[in-house]
Design a protein around this ligand. Structure first.
Ligand SMILES: [Mg+2]
Length: 295
């Protein structure tokens, strides 16, 4: 119905038929967005040009958004700085890294004072140990946590290996084998998982996308129901699968890793595909949206 409003003619010109036909109803009813960051908001350190207007259109529509990233090498505060440097202002509490989601997951399953060992960077150690809930240890460890570590040393793998062999539980921030850098694809968290699996045979619980835990953490911040939340990402094999696992609507934006051919190859079908976020900006500026003042 919304798509057939008096704005219909403008929409005919600017909104792709897909949005009008199939997605208009649930996009209009969306109470919140979970946004992936790399490939959606920026590429490397380069802001994607359609982003500021898109975020403004969500704000005008009264739709809150949170960011969810598999990357555990930066803290939410560091992401606020990174985004701020691109002219995007967001609240720190709306950013969920896999490190933050991992710490929340661990607290829900282990009592205060649990001895933990982290293979990862400062941001992950801060997420796990920052509030004193877990006790850092290298022996008698109850849980090993691993994430991407760009300063990885043998000693870390050795300690984690011995702890896991002694029966510690294993939780990984995410299982992405590679990580996109300006030099190309470099070893990511999944490579460290592979190393520890090789020497222990232990499979970790994985918190990040494509599982649901990270995305559900972001949905908790929004205070929305998954069915009224939209997961927006650039990767079918992480973002879209994670949204589907969490029970959200899913939108693939083609400004990052996945393309239309990959949908056919993988059979992973997002609810909607947009070339750029400008298509969603036009949509939200054109239709009455739940929660928008005066709509
Ligand atoms: Mg991405």
């Amino acid at each position: 119905m919304h798509a057939c409003s008096e704005d219909g003619e403008r929409m005919d010109e600017t909104i792709q038929p897909e949005i009008k036909r199939e997605a208009a109803t649930w996009l209009s009813a969306a109470r919140g967005f979970v946004l992936d960051m790399d490939g959606v908001l920026y590429r490397g350190n380069q802001l994607i040009p359609e982003v500021p207007e898109f975020l403004n259109s969500l704000r005008r529509a009264g739709i809150p958004f949170a960011m969810a990233t598999n990357n555990s090498t930066l803290s939410p505060a560091q992401y606020v700085q990174k985004l701020g440097g691109m002219g995007i202002d967001v609240d720190e509490h709306t950013i969920v890294t896999s490190g933050v989601a991992t710490a929340a997951y661990l607290k829900s399953r282990f009592p205060k004072g649990t001895r933990a060992y982290v293979v990862g960077m400062a941001a992950l150690r801060e997420a796990v140990f920052g509030d004193g809930y877990f006790e850092p240890a290298t022996r008698g460890v109850d849980v090993v946590i691993s994430g991407a570590d760009f300063e990885l040393v043998y000693e870390s793998l050795k300690i984690a290996c011995l702890c896991l062999r002694a029966g510690a539980a294993y939780v990984a921030t995410n299982a992405d084998v590679t990580y996109p850098s300006e030099e190309g694809l470099i070893p990511g968290s999944g490579t460290i998982v592979a190393a520890l699996r090789a020497c222990t045979g232990v499979e970790p619980v994985v918190v990040g996308k494509p599982g649901a835990v990270l995305t559900l953490s972001a949905i908790e911040i929004l205070g929305t129901e998954p069915a009224q939340t939209v997961m927006l990402g650039d990767r079918l094999d992480t973002d879209i699968l994670s949204g589907q696992a969490a029970g959200t609507r899913t939108v693939l934006v083609l400004t990052g890793v996945s393309d239309r051919a990959e949908i056919e190859q993988t059979g992973i079908r997002p609810d909607l595909v947009v070339n750029t976020l400008a298509e969603l900006t036009v949509f939200y500026d054109s239709v009455p949206v739940h929660g928008r003042a005066g709509a």
